[in-house]
Design a protein around this ligand. Structure first.
Ligand code: PLP
Length: 419
């Protein structure tokens, strides 16, 4: 089965489920993100099924793609959420997410965000430092509440992924060092009456394509969990983080099923509820970025295809030198291929979507930048005063606009010239 279960060619024309991308471009313009509801539901169900009879909660990492429609579809399927800001909390609540299924991660939660989360009654705070723990205890005291906490422990394992998205090495800023975890759990249990220990958490990085680092981290967490339980500290849930990779080109990450099964096996007979925080593996291959060729430029040593999407729309190539497959929306019969640098209009040499792509192009052709469902729209910006792209969700034949294209008026509305 292709990794793009919902994006397939029919008579040489690329479709999103049963909707024509040509029609979508005509109606909503380009660039735009196009997501498949069926692909999203399928990915969630694959996770859910893999847990079989085990007590578990899938907490979708909202930062991967935070559109309300996506959050709502997942909430309706029973998903929980992993948030990293007060803004994401507001989105999840607005989308109908259950506060009792929200975990709050991040190294720098501020007072307002913590207050909002305590008021909402979230499942737990994934606390990343001793100072944060003390601060949360103090705030909960002022609010006459008890904050549920899980310590995010840094297991010091090499996720073998891009250094910018590797988070579980001891030199990274994330989590509490393993050597300090027990002491801080004791502080939480015995000295801080306004926090209640509920769990244990780790997250070692993103776009992992091997199972071993996950299991290594899980085993370290389990050893800690067993030690804590022996000391009378009760752990209700074990949160093993997110990070499962997807296939952008040649990678062959473990399947969702194999990944979940391996996690469950490592936990073995223990009774704790298992939480995971997948982002990319839920949404990455459920979306594409649709763009149009503006100009072709044949320079002496290179051919450029200048398209209307840019690094502000999809930052991953510029930020991580990430690869995204680029497909023609209409396959041409002609065999006249050129090697193109697919670039955007932004004034940066780093503004590219793909290097050295074999394509047969003419002006106004549509291209689909694949695997753009995760960390695409959510990382987009207004650099060069470019309004952010529209977002569309396809459901069978139905085409829903789930975020209108921004306007320049909206961009400058809160700016002011000196009196
Ligand atoms: C980003 C993040 C995730 C999700 O990572 P993916 O690679 O998208 O699965 C999960 N947990 C935490 C704490 C994160 O920061």
């Amino acid at each position: 089965m292709s990794k793009f279960i919902s994006f397939t060619y029919n008579h040489d024309q690329l479709f999103a489920e049963s909707a024509s991308l040509i029609e979508i471009a005509k109606e909503f313009g380009t660039p735009c993100y196009v997501y498949s509801r069926a692909a999203l539901v399928a990915a969630y169900q694959e996770f859910n099924r893999a847990f079989a009879g085990r007590d578990h909660l899938i907490c979708y990492a909202v930062k991967a793609n935070s559109n309300l429609a996506i959050l709502n579809i997942l909430a309706c399927l029973g998903s929980g959420f992993d948030i990293v800001s007060g803004g994401e909390l507001q989105r999840v609540l607005k989308a109908g997410g259950d506060p009792q299924k929200i975990v709050f991660s991040g190294v720098g939660k501020n007072q307002d965000e913590m207050r909002m989360a305590l008021t909402a009654g979230i499942l737990c705070f994934n606390v990343e430092s001793e100072m944060e723990l003390l601060s949360l205890n103090q705030l909960a005291k002022e609010m006459d509440k008890i904050a549920p906490v899980s310590l995010r422990v840094n297991p010091d394992v090499d996720a073998k992924t891009h250094p910018y998205i590797s988070t579980g090495l001891k030199e990274n800023k994330f989590g509490i060092p393993m050597a300090e975890a027990e002491r801080i759990y004791h502080t939480a249990a015995h000295e801080l009456p306004h926090v209640r220990i509920t769990g244990l958490d780790c997250h070692i990085g993103s776009q992992l394509t091997e199972i071993d680092p996950f299991i290594e981290a899980s085993n370290k967490m389990l050893a800690l969990l067993d030690r804590l339980e022996k000391q009378g500290i009760c752990i209700e849930h074990l949160d093993l983080g997110g990070g499962l990779g997807i296939s952008y080109s040649q990678e062959s990450p473990p399947s969702i099923k194999d990944y979940v099964t391996a996690l469950c096996n490592s936990v073995g007979q223990r009774k704790q509820r298992i939480l995971i925080e997948p982002g990319r593996s839920l949404v990455g291959n459920t979306g594409l970025l649709l763009t149009r060729v503006e100009y072709l430029k044949h320079a002496p040593h290179r051919n450029f295809a200048i398209v209307d999407a840019a690094m502000n729309d999809l930052m991953r190539p510029a930020l991580y030198d990430a690869y995204h497959e680029i497909l023609p929306v209409v396959k041409k019969s002609s065999e006249v291929n050129n090697t193109y640098q697919v670039v955007g209009p932004v004034c940066e040499t780093g503004d590219f979507l793909g290097h050295d792509r074999q394509l047969s192009l003419t002006k106004d052709d549509l291209l689909a930048v694949m695997s753009a469902g995760a960390y695409g729209m959510s990382m987009s910006s207004n650099y060069n005063t470019r309004p952010r792209a529209a977002e569309i969700m396809v459901d069978g034949h139905a085409i829903h606009l789930i975020r209108a294209r921004e306007t320049v008026e909206q961009l400058i509305a809160s700016e002011k010239i000196l009196d």
